[in-house]
Design a protein around this ligand. Sequence first.
Ligand SMILES: *Cc1c(COP(=O)(O)O)cnc(C)c1O
Length: 301
Amino acid sequence: MVIPNQKVHLPLLEEKDVTLYIKREDTVHPFVSGNKYRKLKYNVIEAKKREYTGLLTFGGAFSNHIAATAFAGKEAELKTLGVIRGEELIDNWQENPTLKQAKEHGMEFHFVSRSDYREKDSTEFIKKLEALFGDFYLLPEGGTNTLAVKGCEEILNETDTDFDFICSCVGTGGTVAGLINSSKLHQTVLGFPALKGDFLKQDILKFAGNKNWELISDYHFGGYAKVNENLIDFINTFKKETGIPLDPIYTGKMLFGIFDLIKKDTFKKGAQILAIHTGGLQGIKGMNLVLKKRSLPLLDV
Ligand SMILES: *Cc1c(COP(=O)(O)O)cnc(C)c1O
């Protein structure tokens, strides 16, 4: 699956003599994040090969990974079970666009409290789930494991070797690890974490070498799924000017960061940048519900 790169035309880029292309992995599917789909590809093959009948995974109420797992499971004729953070959702999950969509794709939910959710990696917790739901192929939260990284190594292809910089959002780090592994040594991979945390570097090193990459940690906007008016305004303006929609949790923050770095002349003249649009657009509806409650401006849809 080779996804085209789209050139971005904006006055600032000309003024600074920087070229920016966006790999439109968001076009893989209207509500399945491009990178989540890639992360699931080899895991689904493995689950089938080992004759599992179901996938089980974890996520919050707006999780792109939950949405993608539901869809991939349906496609592969595997049952899907989502362990969802937040007991309060038991009575009103229907109001949550991500969960509603996942349910339509056949996912069953198991809602747990925030404190139980924190135990999700313990053997005891997994044993309890097995007692409840039988044998299943287990995917970690966010979907990152060795097979997921292998899938993300397929994002870059032969035509991408001319770029000086490859930019990606970072959640658990699986996607950027795949990009690091398949990038060339003359390229620099820049990861833009969407959350606060010093653990990310170590997490990435579990799956990728310590070579041509760095994390740019200045653009998480206070933490995971935290947003402010500046960010919303940037996303809406970017869409108006380029036609490219961005999500508020990952890609919006990364592109905000890339443009800020361009403004500050961080990239040399003539630099060629490729930013990976990992998708996440299914999360816009849910974020707008949150913004509305907080009387903040909404994201254009
Ligand atoms: C999950 C996600 C990421 C982060 O991917 P990781 O492999 O967890 O680092 C980036 N962008 C979008 C849209 C995502 O859904």
